[in-house]
Write a protein that binds this ligand. Structure first.
Ligand code: XBP
Ligand code: MG
Length: 248
């Protein structure tokens, strides 16, 4: 029996990575006088690592062997990340990042049908609440019974921990939930938590391995712009009837 829908945020609720997180990182680097600049292609490689602080450390290790780390490097990364969050949430407040097709429609339908809504993401909590407030509805954060985000669990996706934590908070079992993801790290986390998972791809994730997904789609679809299913000949709109059909 389906009781809850659990959503990843970045890439799933909204296309936040290329034109949101990436320029926010770059703005923080400039603010700190660093010559680090993440272009669209490089950022695609850096997305292999989830979590902004973890991603910056990975960049230095893998791409900047020339960079002399200061003795307080960890603190510096934490301060850089605070600045990045400030730039990113300002972009959200300016209404810069819309939700993906079908997201608001499905959230509204699920909510009126009495389903529980949850978030399971590696991004910083205030990034989630600001996105929901500015791109969903003023009371958007309150639509969700749990917002599992950021450093709340030490092991980020692809570890399943964030989904396990969210389900514990809700008192629900995996068979009562359905997850929505956009990336390979994301689906490894959700499948690792035994969750059936619908994938909506984006430009960064189209070629990822989504083995084990319930369905792989272009997006959730709208009546005038249906989704294309990438793993079967099917198109339409993801609503509760369609979801129940997939779940059988
Ligand atoms: C997205 C991430 C995050 C964001 C940056 O994960 O990996 O790290 O790119 O956010 P998800 P922070 O798709 O699970 O939401 O800088 O706040 O970590
Ligand atoms: Mg994602």
């Amino acid at each position: 029996m389906l009781k809850a829908l659990l959503f990843d945020v970045d890439g799933t609720l909204a296309d936040t990575e290329r034109d949101g997180h990436r320029p926010a990182f770059n703005a923080a680097f400039r603010e700190f006088g660093l010559d680090w600049e993440w272009d669209v292609g490089l950022y695609g490689q850096l997305l292999a690592v989830t979590g902004g602080k973890e991603r910056m450390k990975y960049y230095v290790e893998k791409f900047r062997p020339d960079y002399q780390k200061p003795s307080d490097f960890d603190d510096m990364v934490a301060e850089l990340h605070k600045a990045k969050t400030r730039h990113y949430t300002r972009m959200l407040a300016e209404g810069g990042i819309p939700l993906r097709p079908g997201v608001k429609r499905l959230l509204a339908e699920a909510r009126s049908a009495g389903l529980i809504l949850g978030v399971a993401t590696t991004t910083t909590p205030e990034n989630v609440t600001e996105l929901l407030r500015h791109s969903l509805a003023e009371d958007g954060p309150e639509w969700f019974d749990v917002i599992a985000a950021g450093d709340i669990v030490p092991a980020k996706k692809p570890a399943p921990d964030i989904y396990v934590w969210a389900m514990e908070q809700l008192g629900l079992k995996p068979e009562e939930c359905l997850a929505f993801e956009d990336s390979e790290n994301g689906i490894r986390a959700s499948l690792g938590a035994n969750l059936r998972t619908v994938v909506t791809v984006n430009d960064y994730t189209r070629d990822h391995d989504f083995t084990g997904a319930l369905a792989v789609l272009s997006d959730l679809g709208e009546a005038d712009a249906p989704y294309a299913r990438l793993d079967a000949p099917e198109s339409g709109v993801v609503d509760l009837a369609r979801i129940r059909g997939w779940l059988g």
